[in-house]
Write a protein that binds this ligand. Structure first.
Ligand code: ADP
Ligand code: MG
Length: 316
C-alpha cells in the first residue's frame, strides 16, 4: 500500500497534516471494512469497481513516522550534518522495514532533499507499491510565524533559516515527486485532497515494479543489446521495403503489429539512423525487457516523427 511522502519548510504544518491524513485514511479503511468493501459513492467512478474486497482483507494499518517516532529532539536532530544523516537514516530504515503491500506508510520527515525523496520513492517502486508526495507549501513568513508560536519545540531561528534555504522544492515532473499534492496554508487538507489521495494511491492498481530499480546490471546490458538489435531489424525492414520501386505505404516490421507509414518520397538510411539513435537515447534508461514493447515503441516513434515532418520524411 502507498507511501505518502510529506515535505515542506520547518513548521509548515507537515505533522499537523500528516496526522489529519492518518485519521482520514483510517476512517476510510474502517468504513470500507464495515461496508463489506462497497466504496463510498464519491469513489464509484467508471474506472473503479464499486466494491473492493481486497483492501479490507489485507487489514491495512496506517503507520506514521516522523522525528518524534524515534524520540529525536528537533534542534539536536538537525544540528550538524552528522546528526542529520543519522536522523535521515533512522527514518529511512523505519520506512524500509514497515512499508509493505498491506500497510499505508506516511513519511512525515523533513524530506527536503530531492535525493532523499528519490530514495524513498525507490523503496516503494521496488515493492511495486504506489507512492505520492504532499507539499505543505506555505510561505516562509507563514512557517516562521507558526514556528515562533510553537510552545516548547520550535526550531532555533538559525536552524529554521538553514533548513529553509536548503529546501529543494518538489516538482511533479520528477517521477519521485508525482503525483504531487500541493497544500496551501488556507486549505482544509483532507477535505480538499483526501479523496484524490485515496483515488491516486490507495485504490489505484499498484504500478509494475520499476525494472530499473529491481533489474540487475547484467540484464541492463542485455537490454541495451536487445534494443540495439530490435531497432536495427526495423531499420533493415524499412530499407528492404524501399528497394526497387517505392510508392509509399505501410510497412510491416519485425516484432510488432504496428506498421510504419512511409510516404512516397521514401526515407533515407541516414535519416533512419538518426531517428534510431534518438530513440535509443530516450529509452536507454527504461530497461523495458519486453522487446515487443520496444519494437512497438520504435514503430510509433517513427510514425510520429514522419508525420511531424508534415507527411514527408525530413531529408537528412
Ligand atoms: P511541521 O511538522 O512542518 O514542523 P507542524 O505541523 O508541527 O509543522 O506545525 C507547526 C506549528 O504550526 C504547530 O504549532 C501547529 O499547531 C501550527 N500549524 C500547523 N498548521 C496550521 C494551520 N493550518 N493553521 C494554523 N496553525 C497551524
Ligand atoms: Mg513535524
Amino acid at each position: 500500500m502507498p507511501l505518502v511522502i510529506f515535505c515542506g519548510y520547518p513548521s509548515s504544518g507537515k505533522t499537523t497534516r500528516a496526522l489529519e491524513l492518518q485519521s482520514y485514511l483510517e476512517r476510510f479503511l474502517a468504513d470500507l471494512a464495515a461496508n463489506d468493501g462497497v466504496l463510498p459513492e464519491q469513489f464509484q467512478t467508471p474506472a473503479h469497481p464499486k466494491r473492493n474486497t481486497e483492501i479490507p482483507k489485507m487489514r491495512p494499518k496506517v503507520l506514521l513516522f516522523n522525528d518524534n517516532s524515534f524520540g529525536l529532539v528537533r534542534n539536536e536532530a538537525y544540528q550538524s550534518a552528522t546528526e542529520e544523516k543519522k536522523t535521515r537514516g533512522a527514518l529511512m530504515s523505519a520506512i524500509e522495514r514497515h512499508l509493505t503491500k498491506e500497510d499505508i506508510v506516511i513519511c512525515d520527515g523533513m524530506n527536503y532533499i530531492k535525493g532523499f525523496r528519490y530514495q524513498l520513492y525507490c523503496v516503494a517502486r521496488a515493492l511495486g507499491t504506489p507512492h505520492c508526495a504532499v507539499h505543505c507549501a506555505v510561505s516562509k513568513e507563514q512557517a516562521d510565524s507558526w514556528n515562533n508560536a510553537r510552545e516548547a519545540d520550535s526550531y532555533d531561528p538559525a536552524l529554521f533559516e538553514d533548513l529553509c534555504s536548503r529546501f529543494e522544492e518538489p516538482d511533479a515532473r520528477n517521477r519521485w515527486d508525482a503525483p504531487l499534492f500541493t497544500v496551501l496554508a488556507s486549505d482544509s487538507f483532507t477535505e480538499r485532497f483526501g479523496p484524490d489521495i485515496i483515488d491516486a494511491v490507495v485504490l489505484r492498481r499498484p504500478p509494475q515494479p520499476n525494472l530499473s530499480t529491481v533489474v540487475k546490471p547484467s540484464t541492463e546490458t542485455n537490454y541495451l543489446y536487445e534494443m540495439d538489435k530490435t531497432t536495427q531489424e526495423i531499420v533493415n525492414a524499412l530499407l528492404e521495403a524501399q528497394k526497387g520501386g517505392w510508392f509509399g505505404g505501410d510497412v510491416v516490421v519485425p516484432k510488432t503489429k504496428v506498421k510504419v507509414h512511409i510516404s512516397s518520397k521514401g526515407v533515407t538510411l541516414s535519416e533512419l539512423r538518426r531517428l534510431r539513435r534518438q530513440f535509443q537515447g530516450l529509452n536507454k534508461m527504461h530497461t523495458q525487457l519486453d522487446m515487443e514493447k520496444v519494437a512497438e515503441g520504435f514503430a510509433n516513434y517513427l510514425n510520429t516523427m514522419f508525420s511531424e515532418a508534415s507527411g514527408a520524411p525530413r531529408s537528412a
